[in-house]
Design a protein around this ligand. Structure first.
Ligand code: ADP
Length: 403
């Protein structure tokens, strides 16, 4: 049997750990799973090997390290062939600040730099560091690679990444726009160039990653030139429970006149706004579509605001690109919701986009292709694969160091 390389991928949240074993050549995941409710009374670990799904309960209070130990001792131990093919561990890290414009082989300096960026992502980076430390202990023989959500956007020009705040806040505190979802925007922009049969360096795309979190990026010749998320994932599009763009004066008013504390502001902006806040029903697009079909006015309004904001960004991002070769929809909503795509394309009629309704209805559950009419600006659906980008980057960096 041919020797195949595999990368073990970790995506660590504060109370969860997603993992997968991915072939960097094909993107195929032979094992994937999630440990959930870590640190709580009933943590559990679920995993899937090809089409077989299994689940076990973890002991009360089990942490990331415990979950990784179970992964090694109970799952990988039963798959010696797969275990033997691992060449690296790849970690998703949300914030690389200005420290990282590319993925990095993890050593003590890289860990220090990730710690240095932790104030920019106080919930996410410490979780990623916990995952890195636990993985180093469990796999001391494997090189570890950090792949940053922000790295792809380090090419943004100053006029796109600076806020119109006193410059000193950037100089001294690094307050600026960084952008997120970089692995996804990179993946689908490259895939779009391939589907459009154009060289990447001559292809301009607008990529809309629409999941629970949502962001949109202008990609010029493979390079990110503007993106909707800012210093934190709150800026930009309407999201499941985040508000996206808002007049900052509203925050001052909420604090002053309504006595919201910083914690309460954080809660309302991140967890109680967006589709959930407007609809007063749900943050889940599928549920809202069903409710809107049944006549729920809040659901209908939430979906409409989502699409209108999205279309405004698409129109704005034609500016840095001048010529747009493809508009890409991806993420759980972008890949599956013909409703969101149709309404967004309706607004985009103002700049000549036209929907092919039949094609639009067919694009879901992993399908890929055009949803625009022939002869009109191309709009496509492309399923994202962030894990494949992480696996590819990890394999590239490990090869680069000559192992
Ligand atoms: P996350 O950002 O958590 O990774 P996903 O990319 O999985 O999120 O996207 C989750 C969103 O995708 C949810 O709002 C969900 O309702 C939506 N979604 C998934 N499938 C469909 C579908 N068939 N139709 C409409 N929306 C869908």
């Amino acid at each position: 049997m041919a020797h195949s390389r595999q990368v073990l991928i970790f995506n660590t949240g504060s109370s969860s750990l997603k993992f997968a074993v991915v072939d960097p050549g094909s993107g195929e995941a032979s094992l994937s799973g999630i440990a959930d409710s870590l640190g709580g009374p009933e943590p559990a670990l679920e995993w899937k090997i090809r089409d077989n799904e299994e689940q076990i309960q973890l002991s009360t209070g089990a942490n990331h390290g415990d979950a990784i130990r179970v992964l090694v001792e109970e799952i990988l131990a039963g798959l010696p062939e797969l275990h033997g093919q691992l060449v690296a561990v790849g970690h998703r890290v949300v914030h690389g600040g200005e420290e990282f414009a590319d993925s990095a082989l993890i050593d003590s300096q890289v860990i220090e730099a990730i710690e240095k960026c932790a104030h920019l992502a106080p919930l996410h980076n410490p979780a990623a560091l916990a995952g890195i430390r636990a993985a180093k202990q469990a796999f001391p023989e494997l090189p570890q690679v950090a792949v940053f959500d922000t790295a792809f956007h380090q090419t943004l020009p100053q006029h796109a990444f600076l806020y119109a705040l006193p410059y000193q806040l950037y100089r001294e505190h690094k307050i600026r726009r960084y952008g997120m979802h970089g692995t996804s925007h990179k993946f689908v922009s490259e895939r779009a160039a391939a589907l459009l049969q154009r060289p990447l360096s001559k292809t301009n795309t607008i990529t809309a990653h629409l999941g629970n979190g949502a962001s949109i990026t202008a990609v010029k010749g493979g390079v990110s030139v503007d993106t909707s998320m800012g210093m934190t994932p709150l800026e930009g599009l309407v999201m499941g429970s985040r508000c996206g763009d808002i007049d900052p004066g509203v925050l001052v008013h909420l604090g002053d006149a309504l006595e919201y504390s910083p914690e309460a502001l954080n809660q309302v902006l991140n967890r109680e706004s967006g589709l959930l806040g407007i609809s007063e029903l749900s943050n889940d697009c599928r549920e809202l579509e069903q409710a809107a079909t049944d006549g729920h006015r809040g659901a209908l309004l939430a979906l409409e605001i989502f699409c209108y904001r999205l279309a405004k960004y698409v129109a704005a991002y034609t500016l840095p690109l001048r010529r747009v070769h493809g508009l890409v929809f991806t993420g759980g909503i972008g890949e599956n919701s013909s409703w969101i795509r149709a309404r967004t394309m309706h607004w985009l009629g103002a700049i000549s986009y036209e929907l092919d309704s039949q094609q639009n209805e067919q694009m879901r559950y992993g399908a890929e292709g055009l949803i625009s009419r022939a002869g009109t600006p191309p709009a496509l659906v492309i399923p994202t694969n962030e894990e494949w980008v992480i696996a590819r980057d990890a394999a590239r960096l490990v090869e680069g160091r000559g192992t």
